[in-house]
Write a protein that binds this ligand. Structure first.
Ligand code: ADP
Length: 383
């Protein structure tokens, strides 16, 4: 089936639709496992396209081009949820193995579909409604009170597509249908990351805290500080249940609100390696990228155990300095323990252009050192 005859016998071939940083980091894991890795990119300057030799450039709406690409691999996976549903359906009906499947991915691509499905599973969630018009929205507002959170069901990321609604005037200005949620008074945000294979094998990583600023994750703390074992294990069980009920193959990240008491509430789902799991590259026996590949190929999964007591991941967000490498000289010299992962993306304000991991024993110390490096690279501090 593979047009390439120059690969050693039995070589497994994975193709990814999308060529962002997640595909780029999957490529590192694929290389180590001897997996042939291909990406379908929209442009040759995308993050993964810059490093993956087997790159095809095309449009995800070009069904013939995507099918030709898919016919040259053993399994297709995705690095984002915005692949057009028609493309995924076309692949599935043409007999291509796609993980996660188009029916599972819908629950990550459409927040209203996700809320409806999780309701059936009795998963703890904020009060919510998919309001088709202002009348329905007003009734919901009367019930839960302002402020509300409004979300466009599809297409949002990093806080784009999420708005706070303070009063009826603002509610009237929304475009409908819209997903409305009560504004949860949470103390912090957590993430439960699990990986599941077609054999129904599953592993759960430790629950982490995702520290957010202005809707963007700045740091991830592993394991989540001061989360007792019982709540941590409940969150892992919930994520495993969702993975199994939604038939997710590969990584599933469940973003959670910690209100301090009671259940952890599900915010949203991602079905691909996730920013809250980047710490696993340097702080777990098996990284999320490797386990994602193992899962979609139905290989045995690797241990999710931590290799150090504490791990901190800090996102490098674009700032004023366009030349990251100059800043890196300073950071690398100042702290030789930093593990830097850059995505080869042009710097733009607040764009995630890389991340840094640090492992150790003293959480506060690790957080300070990560904050220093990421602030320096973003040009927020000068030394
Ligand atoms: P995105 O798809 O952009 O990541 P999310 O649904 O995760 O969107 O929302 C982005 C952020 O908005 C969350 O991380 C959280 O800080 C805030 N948020 C979302 N939903 C609620 C809610 N119901 N109550 C309070 N804050 C919320």
């Amino acid at each position: 089936m593979h047009p390439r005859t120059d690969l050693p016998a039995g070589t497994l071939v994975v193709g990814v639709l999308g060529a962002g940083q997640l595909a780029r980091m999957m490529a590192e894991a694929a290389s180590a496992l001897g997996i042939q890795f291909k990406v379908f990119a929209q442009s040759s300057s995308e993050s993964a396209a810059l490093v993956v030799a087997d790159t095809v450039v095309g449009e995800l709406t070009d069904l013939a081009a995507v099918l030709k690409f898919a016919q040259s691999v053993d399994v297709i996976t995705l690095d984002h949820e915005l692949v057009p549903p028609a493309t995924l359906t076309h692949l599935a009906t043409s007999g291509i193995k796609v993980y996660p499947t188009s029916s599972a991915i819908e629950f990550a691509a459409d927040k209203s579909a996700m809320r409806t499905k999780l309701q059936q599973l009795n998963a703890p969630m904020p009060n919510w409604i998919t309001a088709t018009d202002f009348v329905a929205a007003s009734e919901f507002a009367d019930k839960v009170g302002y402020p509300l959170i409004a979300k466009s069901p599809r297409g949002g990321y990093d806080g784009r597509g999420v708005w706070v609604v303070n009063d009826a005037d603002e509610l009237a200005q929304l475009s409908y249908p819209v997903l409305l949620e009560e504004k949860v008074k949470f103390q912090r945000e957590l993430s439960a990351l699990v990986v599941r294979s077609p054999h129904n094998q599953a592993v759960a990583y430790p629950i982490v805290e995702t520290v957010q600023q202005n809707g963007i994750c700045t740091q991830v703390l592993a394991p989540a500080p001061d989360l007792n074992d019982e709540r941590a294990s409940q969150a892992q069980q919930l994520a495993l249940l969702i993975a199994s009920e939604l038939d997710v193959i590969g990584v599933l990240a469940v973003e959670l609100f910690d209100t301090g008491s009671g259940a952890l509430l599900v915010n949203e789902l991602a079905m691909r390696p996730h920013n809250s799991g980047h710490w696993t590259q340097d702080g777990a026996v098996t990284s999320q990228f490797e386990n994602h590949l193992r899962a979609v190929l139905d290989l045995p999964l690797g241990s999710p155990a931590m290799t150090a007591p504490k791990v901190v991941m800090g996102n490098i967000l674009g700032g004023e300095h366009h030349d990251l490498h100059r800043g890196l000289l300073h950071c690398l010299a100042r702290d030789p323990e930093l593990k830097v992962h850059l995505y080869g993306k042009a710097v733009k304000p607040n764009r995630k252009v890389g991340h840094i991991n640090l492992v150790g024993t003293d959480l506060i110390d690790l957080q300070h050192r990560i904050a220093h490096a990421t602030d320096f690279l973003a040009g927020k501090i000068e030394e």
